[in-house]
Design a protein around this ligand. Structure first.
Ligand code: F6R
Length: 357
């Protein structure tokens, strides 16, 4: 029996129950829906924004990536992702700036949110508290309060779904009730399948973690929402499993990375390639994926093709993301590490905080 099916060992290793957090992803989404419903948005209602800038780093930054990828097809104003200290010059009065930081204290996000105030942008802060809550309350800006006590990356259901549904209330996100239902139902089903009680033979997340054990995951998405999700997988392998991991997206990778595997074969023999496949992708992307895998397969220890499930883009994005999130926790447990602490992020933040003293 591997450790993943030994529930006592799992509990011992996963001291802060990151697996439990992942198992409850569906619950988080339901709660996020309620938070969005009860959020008061009077300052922002019936406004025509010149553009939307979504701020956020790391686990909170995923919110902007995924929202942009889901709305870019139909939103006719610019949608800009800001992962850093400064707003671009073109973000100015008339723009809606959404500052997403789970702690509310991430300095890059706080800096860019302050710039939004200076530029008289509309500001919406999404956090569990911290400085961005203060910024919102002192300046009379909208604030979306998320439950506290999670690691930011473990609060993605709150961070993403609440923000997404708040934007729906502001008539920016256009999605039907039935598409939301479909996504939620799919996540509910997946959480039944991926949970710890389901043994490895019948659990796709545990199986995938076993394939990745002692191998470096390289994740290939396709530009758009599957690219955002590929990046998310990489970050989850980094933060939960404490594994190095890399990602790239079709079609861009066909113009560089495909060639780059030709050398260093001794090194890449312990890499596993993970490729997301959407049956509704355009034909030319399907050919690219097939040909690329044929060309580079021999450089990897294994190639895993993930068939994206769901009808709507929302369902596809969330269900694919969910598989990566929970797999990264199982991989941590196989590697014998506690998935929750991210000491190096804390050290860096503490070092930077010294500059303020
Ligand atoms: C930690 C995590 C990090 C944080 C990032 C920004 O779980 O996921 O990537 O998200 O350091 O912090 P917040 O989200 O508090 O703004």
């Amino acid at each position: 029996m591997n450790i993943l099916d030994n529930l006592k060992k799992v509990r011992e290793l996963d001291k802060q129950d990151m697996l439990g957090v992942e198992e409850n992803f569906y619950g988080q989404l339901l709660e996020a829906k309620k938070i969005a419903e009860s959020t008061v948005l009077s300052q922002l209602k019936n406004k025509n924004f010149a553009g939307i800038a979504i701020l956020g780093m790391g686990g909170s930054g995923f919110t902007g990536d995924i929202i942009k990828s889901l709305i870019i097809d139909y939103v006719e104003i610019p949608v800009e992702i800001v992962k850093g200290y400064d707003l671009p010059a073109f973000v100015k009065k008339g723009w809606l700036v959404i500052a997403v930081s789970y702690s509310g204290n991430t300095e890059e996000t706080v800096s860019a949110a302050n710039q939004a105030l200076q530029k008289n942008c509309e500001l919406l802060c999404v956090a569990s508290g911290g400085k961005t809550e203060e910024i919102a309350s002192v300046n009379g800006k909208c604030f979306v309060r998320l439950p506290s006590g999670f690691q930011p990356r473990g609060a993605s259901g709150y961070l993403f779904f609440t923000t997404y549904l708040v934007l729906r209330k502001l008539c920016i996100v256009n999605i039907s009730d039935s598409e939301i239902e479909e996504a939620l139902n799919l996540i509910r089903k997946k959480s039944e399948l991926y949970k710890r009680d389901i043994d490895t033979d019948n659990n796709p997340a545990k199986k995938l973690a076993l394939k990745l054990f002692n191998n470096m995951p390289v994740i290939y998405g396709t530009d758009g929402y599957l690219s955002a999700v590929a990046f998310r997988w990489k970050c989850e392998f980094n933060e939960n499993s404490k594994y190095p991991s890399f990602w790239a997206e079709f079609p861009e990778l066909n113009h560089n990375e495909t060639v780059g595997w030709e050398n260093l074969k001794g090194l890449t023999g312990n890499f596993v390639l993970i490729v997301f496949k959407d049956k509704e992708a355009r034909e030319r992307i399907k050919v690219r994926i097939k040909t690329t895998v044929q060309l580079i397969r021999s450089h990897f220890n294994d190639v895993v093709e993930i068939d994206v499930e769901g009808r709507s883009k929302l369902a596809k994005a969330l269900s694919t993301m969910y598989l990566g999130d929970i797999t990264s926790v199982y991989l941590a447990l196989l590697a014998g590490v506690d998935p929750t602490p991210v000491d190096r992020i804390s050290i860096l933040k503490a070092e930077l905080a010294k500059l303020d003293k």
